[in-house]
Design a protein around this ligand. Sequence first.
Ligand SMILES: [Zn+2]
Ligand SMILES: [Zn+2]
Length: 758
Amino acid sequence: MQTYRIHIEGIVQGVGFRPFVKRLAERFEISGTVQNGLDGVRIIFNAKDPDHAQIFLDTCVSEAPKQSRIDHYSMELVDSERFDQFELCLSAGQGVLNAPITPDQGLCKQCSEELLDPANIRYGYPFISCTDCGPRYSILNGMPFDRETTTMDLFPMCSNCEKEYNNVDNRRFYSQINSCPECGIQLSLWTASGELEMTAQEKVDEVIKALRSGFIVAVKGIGGFLLLCDASNTKSIQLLRERKVRPDKPFAVLCPSLESIQSNFIPSTAEQKALQSAAAPIVILKPRKGNLLDLKFVSPGLDSVGTMLPYAPLLKVIANQFMEPLVATSANKSGQPLIYKYAEELLDLADIVLDHNREVTFPQDDSVVRFTPFTDHQIVMRRSRGLAPSYMAKSNELDGLLAVGAEMKGTFAVGHCDQVYISQYLGQLGSFDNQENYKYVLNKLTSMIGCNPEVVLHDLHEQYFTTELASEYTLEQISVQHHEAHMMAVLYEHSQLESNEPVLGVVWDGTGAGTDGAVWGSEYMVYDDGHIDRLAHWDYFPVIAGDKMSKEPRLSALAILGENSGLEKKFTNQEWSYYSKLRKQESLQTSSMGRIFDAVASVLGLIDVSSYEGQAAMLLEQLALKFYIENGPNSPGSYDIPLDSLNTYELLDMILDDVCQEIEPNKIAAKFHETLVSSISHMIHIGQFQKVAFSGGVFQNGLLVDLIQFRMEDHVQTYFHQQLSPNDENISLGQMVHYRYIQSKEPLKTFKQQEQCV
Ligand SMILES: [Zn+2]
Ligand SMILES: [Zn+2]
């Protein structure tokens, strides 16, 4: 009989890993112990012989719980110790944290069934959970993941829950967040006149009654409060838009079940899989004809809707009882952070508030993903609940770095003891409240994992909130150019930093400070062996009226096409003379691809003034997509501009000509997309590239991503973001990678840190 020690690292805490190991040990007739540590799970055990030990290890890895993610494992022979049985030990809290943080897990199938089973003790209990599902990161106060380190520590288990917790055959064995109606979390219901005293079921009934009467209800979900209203009730949706100050930006809807989604939408297999995944994100779907939604108000001007399944049991209870699709949107005013603690201001947004007494520690919006129209390639639009904050497999190369990201889609990233943590989406950081929330999450997460960064990385843009924040650190401060950071992020996602051949980068977005003082955004870059260079970009055009230009596509059209373009009708006389003058005076130049999309959308008459970011680009993509749906995937041809020059002016002139000649708008939109793809193919051809990587918010355009893949020659390898969004959410990671691979070229990890981490 020999004694072995297995060490397993990765997402192995809060996913039922220890109970799984204990059951496995019983199956293999193995005695020993299993324990959570700050750096994963350790199993010490007696085995009959090396083969017996090896097969036990192999099975641990091959049959691991489905929510776990094993990054690394090892087994060694240790000093002999004799065990009579197999035991789960308490977590060891000493040492240095070296483990990913488990994201929140959507309601699992079994809990969902129990929730709806009148014979079950948790029937209708809106906080049912198990080792496979329930909140994790959103209730975390410390590491490793145990009841005491979460906000569940205020809820001692009743004797029945305790029994389940200690019973190896129970699926709640060692479930750290186990609770039931007897001992668990309490709902509270609030209106403007105060708290309403009633039973839990009466509170839910009251909520349903309010929804049916057209009221707006705030419900505390996993990462914070959601606002719900009837998705078929025009008046309610309009009222919600007024209260949120959100005139057009699409709302997501919550459907009670997959069947309900299928009867209202047309989800592909990949989309259904994403909806039902443990991350349970919002998935953007095509509505079905005859659906029950008031689409004109849910998703104005768009023929797609963000859709989700109830990822929290409380949402399941409400959605099931309501039976029809509900609008579900984060509880905040436009541009403000999500509200996650009961506050009076909730009653400015909602008529009735359903709160509960399990605290949220890490507020998170819902994650959003979409799939491209033809190849079902997944694009993360927002990485938050269910996906954040742990990122990829372990590596020590980014240790000691803190990157504060950009401004439009705030995130930060830290490297610590072989792990990379990238925060959830933290909003547009121009707003004071979003800035405060950013600082709160940054401080809480970094102190929880106990990291001590040595270098802080920030954007080149001096006026970004994050740049100012970086300057407050008494650490070495280093700036990273925005588009170079994008490029490095996508290369890191695909392990292409050690590539033995140059990689072409196509980095297209709305804005980013360039090294020449211009605003960049349509960049072709090359990464080669630790060097990054800007190869080319679409021609600069003047910035008119600063930030206002990004909100008014007509200004981009004017900036590129000038005064003799028949654009006067889009402006009042006064505006026209003012902006025309500005155009001539303006010295700031931009190559922004986002603004080029805006200009084309305006010229096509789609939109002149937008009410949310990305609106013009979404409308233009949708218009082009119509062309391919009607005519098949063949190219309608591209605009015949000399591709060596990337002449923005010439491109827009040709588009304007087509508009004047009354060419079908959807064909013009398609030809514009094809021209962009041709420019990439041309760049690949002249540089003889075998690899091309894509980053920047423009690549949230699913049609563009599909066209690139259709038109690309077979020998060219393409890389799109996988776990991260192509938008500015990936800048923080890119900043770190830029420092590591371009600026310093060596891991920062000092000897002292190395000792701590081992
Ligand atoms: Zn469950
Ligand atoms: Zn209980």
